[in-house]
Design a protein around this ligand. Structure first.
Ligand SMILES: [Cu+2]
Length: 159
């Protein structure tokens, strides 16, 4: 897994990025965008990744974009496929993570994990068994309730 600081993108500003949810790369892989937000765009939930659940192809990347300040993206060590590498962005940093190992990835924002700022990346052909394994991981605070919704969304995506 490759982690790249995207300072160049950050300088473009969040507004410019917001209209580009993903981009196709020359090698056939896609970079998807997940925003880090203080408040979800069309709701009342606070401290969220948007979208919180994303399904991507093996070899694709996710660009975690610091649209609002005070957030980061860090992998949950207990919610990674075997052989996958962890990542941890700094607060306010945009980071791009490339996913080469298929499976279910859980991640969170370090300061807002128990406030429920968590998410899932589904890479490649994800099985119900892999989702069930991720469900077994103990969650704290509001992350528990949010993950119930997010696993339901994940199951719909693989169904
Ligand atoms: Cu946060």
């Amino acid at each position: 897994m490759k982690i790249t600081r995207r300072d160049g993108l950050k300088m473009l500003g969040a507004t410019a990025l917001a209209s580009v949810p993903f981009k196709a790369l020359a090698d056939g892989h896609t970079t998807h965008m997940v925003e880090m937000l203080n408040k979800e765009p069309d709701g009342s939930e606070r401290q969220v990744f948007n979208p919180p659940v994303i399904k991507i192809a093996e070899g694709d990347s996710v660009n975690f974009v610091s649209t609002d300040r005070g957030h980061n993206s860090a992998s949950n060590a207990d919610m990674l496929p075997e052989g996958a590498e962890e990542w941890k962005g700094g607060i306010n940093d945009d980071i791009e993570v490339t996913f080469t190992v298929p499976g279910v990835y859980g991640y969170f924002c370090t300061p807002h994990q128990s406030a429920g700022m968590v998410g899932l990346v589904l890479v490649g052909d994800v099985t119900q068994e892999q989702i069930d394994a991720a469900k077994e991981v103990r969650q704290r605070g509001k992350a528990r309730a949010r993950y119930e919704d997010y696993f339901a969304m994940a199951e719909e995506m693989i169904g």
